[in-house]
Structure formats: C-alpha cells, structure tokens
Design a protein around this ligand. Structure first.
Ligand code: NDP
Ligand code: 2IT
Length: 432
C-alpha cells in the first residue's frame, strides 16, 4: 500500500495519489503481481531542476526556477506539457506528470508521462521578455529532450508564441530539427487541429457520455466553461457549433455571465490577439453581460459544465450549487479542476463526471499525431486530424465506461479511467 502521509509536504501531488489509490479495485490494489511496482509507479524516473537567467527590458538579469519531471516511459517517450505560472512547483508538476502517465496510455498512442515548466509569470511581460525567457529556458532543457527521449508541449502560460521561441532555440542549441516539441506553429511543422484539440476533445467526450448515460446531446443546453485560455476557448467553439449555449466563462480575476451566449470570435480575438481580460468582453458586444467574481461562476444555473481553467478550481460547495441547479454533466477540460470531494458528490448524485485524464486527453492525443506526421514527413488535413481525434475520444470513453460498468459502478468514471489505465501501465512495467 502507498503511505500517503509521506506526501504531506506535497499536497497537490498527494491529492492525485489519493484520487488514484482510493479508486483502484481490490483486485488491482491487492494483486500480488503489482506489489513490486507500486513504489516505482508513484515516483518519477527523474526531476530535472535548473536556474533560468534571462534579461528583462531594462537589461536587469532575472532568475526563475525551471523543471522537467520525467515520470515514466514504459508506454513510450516522455510526453507532457510545460507550464509557466508563478504557482509552479515540484508538487504541482508531480500531480500533472503522474496524471499524464495514465492519460497518455488512455489515448492508445505510444507516449510516456512527463510534465515541466517554470515559476516564470508571462503576465505583464513584453513579447521580447517572454521570448528571451523561452530561449533561456530551452538553453537549459535542450540536452534532455528530443523525439526519441522526451517531447514537451504547451500548458498554462505556454501557447504558440512560447512554443515558437522554444523550438527556434532548440534548433539553434542542438543543431537538430527533430520533433522535440509539439503544438508547434504550422510553419514550423505543427499539426492542424492541435490548437483546437483539447477543447474539441473534451466536447466530443461529453457527447459520447451524454448519449450513453442520458440519451441526449448538447443541443439547447446551457453550458458553463471555466477559464478563457486555449482549452476553454475551443470548448466554447465546439459546444456552440453543436447547438449548446455557453452562458458563462471566467479568468482568474472575473467571470462573465452572458444569458444570450458568448461569441467565440469576439472572445478569441480579445484573449488570443490582445491578451485582454475577460471583463473587457462587456465593452465588445451589445448583449447583456454581467461581470462577477471569478469563483461565482459555479452558482449560475446550467445543464452542463466544463471546468477548463486550473487544478482544484471547483470544490464541494461549488458541486452542491451545480447539483442543486440541475446540472447533468461535468466534464473536465483542465487537469484535476474538481477536488475529489466535489467529484464524489457528482458521482453519488448520478451527475455524469469525467476526470481530466480521460476527457482532456485530446490535446496530447493530437500531439501524438503531430509526432507521427513529423516522423513520416506528412501533413494531414484538419478534417483528417479532427476525425482521428473524435475516434480517440470515443475509444477513451468506451474503455472507461465499460470498466466502470464491469466494476458495478456505472457513474464512476474515476474508477473506469484509473483501473483501466493502471492495469495497462502496470502490465507494461512488469514486462520491462
Ligand atoms: P491557458 O494558459 O491558455 O489558460 C488558462 C486559463 O485558466 C486562463 O483563462 C487563466 O486565467 C485561467 N486560470 C488560471 N488560473 C486560474 C484560477 N486560479 N482561477 C480562475 N481561472 C484561472 O492554459 P490552457 O487552456 O492550456 O490550460 C487550462 C487547463 O487545461 C490546465 O489545467 C491545463 O493543465 C489543462 N490542459 C491543457 C492542455 C493543452 O493542450 N493546452 C491539454 C490538457 C489539459 P488568467 O489569464 O487570469 O490566469
Ligand atoms: O495536460 C496535457 O495533457 C497537456 N498540457 C498537453 C500535453 C502534450 O504533450 O500535448
């Protein structure tokens, strides 16, 4: 058994371990075949830590911490995003890296688990500062990555601008132009539909689940999508295309409630082109827009919710409000946005609940397809990638749903995802 108390100084990571080990079936947890690998599965192969020195626009040398947690490569090369946010620390990266092992297995593509990033805060920095930081970050990281070793991508605070700068720096320092990063801009060998993949993917997963559990879809549904970054924006786009109405979104400062529905193109331009704040949306449209506190988003009545911002943004009290308001499905686009207590409330009330490692796997899945295209020297059409993404999300849903049903706990997709993926990874570790 895993002694969770050992991780009291890493509360975020401890929460991820608790989610996993409280959901594993007795037949898995007490399987003598797996006894020898339990300790190995919980700790990363290595944690690379480095100092990043970069120059601000005034010419001052600034310093941040950089990390890459290479967790487990039994299912393929280390793979997972890079996060630039002031809260980044080893505990959060271990949470994310641990999740990534099982998420990547669920995609059915050959990718191991990793995560990395820095406590650098891109907010309030000029483009030139961000680009200099990215170059300095890659100067430290490049020896440890590459298409046959470890392939990072984006996450919070790391989008097209950052990946471009890091990929250019990788080429400069390593002299190679292999697929060492995914989420690349198209002119640098990126894949069509990678930008959209996580947000589209979580919506495809929701469609599968709504059909299987409640024989319904997103048409006419009132929807809340938290966050307003990459995942949230493309979830908004796909939900709207499928006939749902996204009535509320947020950022870390404010939420907006828009009874007539949020306009994707207006919000996209505000967020992607201008890096604006969500409250500015009010000045851009004629519709009624109510600006609220960020956290108040979960008190708005909706049919379906997609938490797409950050870890632990939705707690038990928020879950109570959503349940009382008649919400029928909560699909995680972010990584572990619901606390375990919130998730268990949904499950116990038969609200469909999907853990991020299952429903947000579309991003890394299309990263896997980007690697495949780069290796083969091919460029697939948007439609081709999008169709493969749909197929992968449907497979993930089926595998989790069938496992949950086999365990006589139909609404428990935590059990479904964790038992299915844990056995898959454990069996591979035993064969190594
Ligand atoms: P972005 O940086 O593009 O956007 C993050 C969004 O979340 C911003 O709107 C940000 O607001 C908001 N946010 C961050 N912290 C908080 C907070 N404490 N309260 C409210 N809002 C907050 O990141 P992504 O969209 O890429 O990532 C979002 C989530 O999805 C993360 O959990 C990430 O790990 C996960 N994910 C991302 C994938 C990807 O491919 N990008 C793939 C799978 C999962 P603000 O601007 O105010 O900080
Ligand atoms: O959490 C995630 O799955 C990501 N940030 C995407 C990782 C990737 O390698 O595309």
């Amino acid at each position: 058994m895993i002694n969770l108390e050992k991780y009291n100084d890493q509360p975020e990571f401890k929460a991820a371990l608790k989610e996993m080990f409280s959901s594993l079936d007795e037949s898995v947890l007490n399987n003598p075949r797996y006894a020898s690998i339990l300790d190995k599965i919980v700790e990363p192969d290595r944690i690379l830590t480095f100092d990043i020195k970069w120059k601000d626009d005034q010419g001052n040398v600034r310093m941040n911490k950089g990390y890459r947690v290479q967790y487990n490569n039994v299912n393929g090369v280390y793979k997972g995003g890079l996060r630039f946010h002031p809260t980044v620390n080893v505990s959060i990266l271990k949470l994310l890296g641990f999740e990534q092992i099982f998420k990547n297995y669920l995609t059915t593509l050959p990718m191991g688990g990793a995560k990395g990033g820095s406590d650098f805060d891109p907010k309030g920095k000029s483009d030139a500062e961000v680009i200099r930081f990215c170059e300095a970050f890659m100067k430290e990281l490049y020896p440890y990555i590459g298409v046959d070793k470890d392939v990072p991508a984006g996450d919070i605070g790391v989008g097209a601008r950052e990946i471009r700068a890091m990929y250019e720096a990788y080429k400069k320092y390593s002299g190679k132009s292999d697929c060492s990063l995914t989420g690349k801009p198209l002119d640098l060998g990126g894949s069509l539909c990678r930008t959209e993949a996580t947000g589209f993917g979580v919506t495809y997963f929701a469609l599968e689940a709504l059909k299987a559990y409640k024989n319904t879809d997103l048409k006419g549904k009132k929807v809340i999508v938290s966050g307003s970054g990459n995942v949230a924006l493309y979830c908004l786009k796909k939900v709207t295309e499928l006939g749902g109405k996204v009535i509320a979104m947020n950022d870390s400062s404010n939420a907006i409630y828009v009874p007539n529905g949020i306009d994707f193109e207006v919000l996209r331009a505000l967020k992607e082109d201008r890096r604006g704040r969500i409250k500015e949306y009010k000045d851009l449209v004629k519709d009624e827009v109510v600006v609220m506190n960020s956290k108040d988003i979960w008190g708005i009545k909706c049919d379906v919710a997609f938490p797409c911002a950050t870890q632990f943004e939705l707690d038990e009290n928020d879950a109570d409000k959503l349940i009382a308001n008649g919400c029928i499905g909560v699909f995680e686009g972010a990584n572990m946005p619901c606390t375990l207590e919130a998730a268990m409330k949904f499950i116990n009330h038969k609200v469909i609940y999907s853990p991020g490692k299952a429903s947000n796997a579309g991003g890394v899945a299309v990263s896997g397809l980007e690697i495949e295209q780069n290796k083969k020297g091919e460029k697939w059409s948007f439609e081709e990638v999008d169709n493969k993404l749909k197929g992968i999300m449907a497979t993930i849903f089926r595998n989790c749903y069938n496992t949950a049903k086999d365990l006589n706990d139909e609404y428990n997709l935590i059990k479904g995802a964790n038992n299915y993926a844990f056995i898959g990874i454990a069996e591979k570790m035993l064969k190594r």
